[in-house]
Design a protein around this ligand. Sequence first.
Ligand SMILES: Cc1cc2nc3c(=O)[nH]c(=O)nc-3n(C[C@H](O)[C@H](O)[C@H](O)COP(=O)(O)O)c2cc1C
Length: 271
Amino acid sequence: MIISNFLTNRKSVRDFRDKGANPDVLDKIKEIIKNLLTEEDLEHIVVKLYENGKIISTNLEGKAGYGGVMIDSPHYIAISLKDTEEKTLIETGYYTEKLVTEIINLDFGTCWINVGNLSDDLKKETFGEDMANVEYLLAFGKAKRKNPFKEEPYSVKKGIEEIVYDTEVDNFFTVEDLEAKGLMDIFYYVRFAPSTKNLQPWRFLIKDNKIELLLRYNQWYDSILVDAGIAMYYFEQLATYDGFNSKWELVDSQEIKIDEYTYRKIAEYKL
Ligand SMILES: Cc1cc2nc3c(=O)[nH]c(=O)nc-3n(C[C@H](O)[C@H](O)[C@H](O)COP(=O)(O)O)c2cc1C
């Protein structure tokens, strides 16, 4: 599917049907995970499919999910991190979201669940002795049918004019100027990327033929780097579709503070 259409329709699913995927589809997902880990040479991330979601949702009831209610899904994928280096967290977002796109393309709904705060004992009991460092889960399964007469809650996304800066922070790019640079579509669609609590921390600063990725926050949280990795993944997909073929390069973090916000530069994309 064209990446722009994919992103417009990509929404977190929290209501799943009980019935799980057929065994052949689960085998296919195992294959996708195996390929991802080997092709991308992901040494710092462990990804494991749990076919029987009931055990996990029962164990985590009241401890993770949405507003204290566990998201029940027929299956989960656990993401365990071997370290918490910044690069590992960014890769976690980038490659897990690549996995998400493949799962959604198999016609499933997904939702990220942060489980970083669970105790090591509960993680071991739920995911196995070797999985004490699980930080995220992906719930997945068939979405429940929606009531066509009921408006579904949805996450409001920031406008392009709020996230793209011209040369310096808070000097906003106009939509016309972005259009002239051929960048309008990329920024229009990247806004649909998921992020922790829909905080949408990404800001893009365009300067001297490159785009700097800044993270804006007033309180640092580790999964902000996962959010960054997700946006970097979609940005590259959209940019490739529009004929740009660079990749994000990580840079040594630099911070500036403006009023109550810190802006942390983490990567650059050459135009
Ligand atoms: C790293 C990360 C962690 C998340 N953790 C949770 C979570 O613990 N529970 C939950 O219900 N949603 C979680 N989400 C989903 C976000 O709340 C969701 O992406 C955001 O509200 C935007 O909504 P959308 O995905 O429908 O666009 C997480 C998303 C990301 C990227």
